[in-house]
Structure formats: structure tokens, C-alpha cells
Design a binder for this molecule. Structure first.
Ligand code: ADP
Ligand code: NA
Length: 332
């Protein structure tokens, strides 16, 4: 049996969004506070699977770290670190490239979505990304990975890689990690196009709420969010074919630590002229203190670097023996 350990990561490929906050960071804080040993990573080697300006990458790495800390990740209790500072990720990633099958990678829907019709023009790294993600997780024998809905398939692939490795080498060395996808906001949608998830690398700034947006910007973005014209219904079932409306209700629920049912019980019958400003106020109330703390931390980059450096040392202490044992098992 493997001791419970939580691992998750966020790419520094732009500014953090409300999707990252509700779908990931807020839940990471809850997991840390529940007392489970937790590791949170800034996965910069995943970020470079698509071109990143080097100066901006370094800034975004610090921003993600600041976002974690400002939201309540305590770098003393949790291990907070930067992927590229722990070289074992890349080393185990290579071994997993030799375990994962091309057929498995071909089924990854996120690659298909990101590549679109241009698969031939994508980096090999973007294609192999889920195998490196398996290494991120299994390098620490992590048992639970809190993620948004979009990452479910990648955590399942991680299980497949662990199972094949264990089977091929006749060992019981890697755990079959479980994805943890719960709460009302595991897939926050784009505010302008309700068929796409909100993402930090999306094209238009109006489609997402950034964690560092000011109050006026947040209010404006929710005001312009696409919805149908009907008011909020009295029952949740009636939101079934209204994805944009449902998205705003789910965001409200997640921000207020309640359920979509409760939001509908309280706001059913409200028009958008009422509900959107209430949602904006709630978002500002939750995000403003975090944004203030993020800015304070970003003004002290040396302090962030010190925290990440210490986190990397602690991560290496766990990673090194697991990688050594993997090399032994493989015969390297
Ligand atoms: P992004 O797509 O914004 O670049 P990442 O790929 O770095 O985000 O994902 C970091 C974490 O945030 C993952 O656990 C992912 O599932 C979660 N996440 C990202 N976008 C959303 C969203 N729109 N709704 C819920 N969770 C999300
Ligand atoms: Na993503």
C-alpha cells in the first residue's frame, strides 16, 4: 500500500485564471488543509511544449508560485517547487516515453484540441506531454491528483503507464494514482464561447477572468459574458440546455463554497441585470485579497525564488531514491 500523497501542477504559460483558481488552486488549499502530504508544482517544462518568451516564462513561473502562496498554500506544510529544478522529472519522463504506447498518445483529446488541423506543426514535446505528466506524479508515488475535468484523461494515462511498467518489470513499484475531480467548478467555461474551457492561453482577455484583474475589469467581463436572455430558472434541471447560464451559476457556487442547487434556490427568477453584478461582487470579494498578496509577492522575486529553491530541495529528497530504484528495476 502506498501512503496518501497529493501532487498537482499548473503551467506558467500566462496569467492565472478563475478556472485555475476554482478548478485547481482552491482545491489544492483544501487538500493541504485537510492534512494530506501535498506537493504543488509550477510545471515550466510543460509550458515550453508551445513557444514561450523566456523573460515572460520566468515572470509567469513566479506568478504561479505567488498565486499558490497568496491563495493559502503554505510552503512550510506543502512542498511548493518548480519542475525544471528537479531534473528527475525529465529522467523519469524519458523512461515513461519508452513505456507509453503511440496508440495511447494518439487517443489524447487535449493534443487533438490544441493541435487542431496542424498536428504536423506541433512540437514532439506537446505530443509526449502526458508521459512527462505521468513522471511528475509517479516520481513521488503520488496517490491523488486534484485536477480539473480537462486533465482526467491524462491521469488515466498515468495509471496505464504505472500498470504497464509494473507488469512489464514484474514489480509493484508505482501506485495507480486516482484523479480527484470534485466540486462545482471542475470545468469553468470561457465567458465568450461557452463550448470552450476558460484558459490562460485563450485568445481574448474578455473570455477569461484573471486572478489579478481589478474590480472594474471583473465587473465588465461578467457583464459582457454571453448568456441566453431568459432569467435564472427555479430548478437546476431547467439549466440543462443552458450551458452559459449554468457556467455562471457554477462559478457562483464555487466562489461561495456552496452548490449550484443552493444558488438556484436563492437566485432563481433573477434576471442577468441582477445576477451578473452579484456574481462580480462575489468574485471581487474572493479574488481581490489574493491579487493584492500576489502583487506584494511579485515585488519580491528573490523571496519567491528562495521558496521555490527550498521546495525543490525537499522534492529532490523524495524523487532521488524513487528514480534510483526505477533505474535499478529497468537495468540502467
Ligand atoms: P490552462 O489551461 O489555464 O493553461 P493548466 O493546463 O496549467 O491551465 O492547468 C492547471 C490546472 O488548472 C489543471 O488542474 C486544470 O485542470 C485546471 N484548470 C485549467 N483550466 C480550468 C478550467 N477552465 N476549469 C477548471 N479547471 C481548470
Ligand atoms: Na491546460
Amino acid at each position: 500500500a502506498f501512503a496518501p500523497r497529493v501532487f498537482s501542477g499548473i503551467k506558467p504559460s500566462g496569467g492565472l485564471t478563475l478556472g485555475n483558481y476554482l478548478g485547481a488552486i482552491k482545491r489544492f488549499v483544501e487538500s493541504q488543509n485537510a492534512g494530506t502530504e501535498s506537493m504543488f508544482c509550477v510545471v515550466d517544462m510543460h509550458a515550453i511544449t508551445v513557444w514561450q518568451d523566456p523573460v515572460e516564462l520566468r515572470r509567469a513561473t513566479r506568478e504561479v508560485a505567488a498565486g499558490y502562496i497568496a491563495s493559502g498554500i503554505d510552503p512550510e506544510r506543502a512542498i511548493l517547487f518548480n519542475q525544471s529544478q528537479v531534473s528527475q522529472h525529465a529522467e523519469l519522463g524519458w523512461i515513461f516515453n519508452c513505456v507509453a504506447r503511440l496508440g495511447w498518445m494518439n487517443r489524447m483529446t487535449q493534443f487533438k484540441e490544441k493541435a487542431g488541423k496542424n498536428a504536423e506543426k506541433q512540437s514532439l514535446g506537446l505530443y509526449a506531454y502526458p508521459s512527462l505528466m505521468a513522471a511528475d506524479i509517479l516520481l513521488y508515488h503520488a496517490t491523488h491528483v486534484p485536477v480539473g475535468e480537462d486533465q482526467k484523461q491524462h491521469v488515466e494515462l498515468t495509471r496505464d503507464i504505472a500498470a504497464k511498467f509494473n507488469h512489464d518489470y514484474g514489480v509493484d513499484f508505482f501506485p495507480l494514482t486516482s484523479p480527484v475531480i470534485d466540486g462545482p467548478a471542475t470545468r469553468v467555461m470561457n465567458l465568450r464561447d461557452g463550448t470552450k474551457k476558460m484558459s490562460k492561453s485563450g485568445e481574448s482577455d474578455m473570455e477569461r477572468i484573471n486572478m489579478t484583474d481589478d474590480a472594474d475589469t471583473i465587473a465588465k467581463k461578467f457583464k459582457k459574458a454571453r448568456t441566453d436572455p431568459a432569467p435564472l430558472p427555479e430548478t437546476l434541471e431547467a439549466l440543462k440546455d443552458r450551458p452559459e447560464a449554468r457556467n455562471l451559476v457554477d462559478i457562483y457556487a464555487a466562489l461561495s463554497d456552496t452548490t449550484a442547487e443552493t444558488v438556484i434556490a436563492e437566485h432563481g427568477g433573477a434576471g442577468w441585470g441582477q445576477f451578473k453584478p452579484a456574481l462580480a461582487d462575489l468574485a471581487v470579494e474572493r479574488l481581490a485579497p489574493i491579487a493584492t498578496e500576489m502583487r506584494r509577492l511579485m515585488d519580491e522575486p528573490a523571496e519567491i525564488d528562495r521558496i521555490l529553491g527550498r521546495g525543490a530541495e525537499r522534492a529532490r529528497e523524495i524523487a532521488a531514491p524513487i528514480l534510483s530504484r526505477t533505474y535499478e528495476i529497468v537495468g540502467l
